[in-house]
Design a protein around this ligand. Structure first.
Ligand SMILES: Cc1cc2nc3c(=O)[nH]c(=O)nc-3n(C[C@H](O)[C@H](O)[C@H](O)COP(=O)(O)O)c2cc1C
Length: 173
């Protein structure tokens, strides 16, 4: 797919076919995710690939009961490694770069999913405390997003509403 097409086709997908995602394909998506830029190339990310139904259900419950998430064949939990970020950049690393770096990786992941015929959704509404407990995360690993992925069972209708460029851009020429 052309880049513009991938970007335009990416929409949040919340209904999935049952079909599993082959592990090598998940690996391809993650290879794209880690090509994202990161401050000082510190790469303070970690990805947990969850397919176990009971874990998916627990994660969906921790995400304010967004039960549709559990129907995705895979949920990728994106973590920020705060120790790596702190070692390189202290407070700014922990509170800004680690989040920017992981966000860039998430976007790469979502675009790679579209290119592979998959769909997904960036889920940020969840209890960090509950997700940390479910996955037994150490305090240094902050869950930044849950990304359910699968083959889409729906085509999103209508254009994704966006504020017009004239409202969100200024030029100096
Ligand atoms: C930081 C962040 C958090 C989000 N959290 C959720 C969420 O918890 N649940 C959900 O269904 N969608 C979530 N979304 C998806 C947005 O609702 C979606 O991107 C937005 O409505 C635009 O639609 P589109 O992705 O189809 O273009 C989140 C997106 C971002 C970037």
């Amino acid at each position: 797919m052309e880049f513009q097409e991938v970007v335009s086709r990416r929409r949040s997908i919340r209904r999935f076919k049952k079909e599993p995602i082959a592990k090598p394909l998940v690996e391809e998506l993650l290879s794209c995710a880690i090509k994202a830029p990161s401050a000082g190339n510190v790469q303070p990310w970690f990805f947990m690939v969850i397919t176990d139904p009971s874990f998916k259900e627990k994660l969906a419950a921790a995400a304010l009961n967004q039960s549709w998430m559990a129907q995705a064949p895979v949920i990728i939990v994106v973590l920020a490694d705060l120790d790596r970020a702190a070692a390189a950049y202290g407070e700014r690393g922990v509170h800004l770069y680690a989040l920017q770096d992981t966000a860039a990786a998430i976007q790469n992941l979502l675009l790679a999913a579209v290119d592979a015929g998959l769909g997904g959704c960036w889920v940020g509404a969840f209890s960090e405390r509950q997700v940390a407990a479910i996955l037994e995360l150490p305090p240094s690993k902050r869950p930044v997003a849950l990304v359910p992925l699968g083959y889409p069972a729906v085509e999103p209708r209508g254009a994704a509403g966006r504020r017009p460029l004239r409202e969100v851009v200024s030029y100096d020429y």
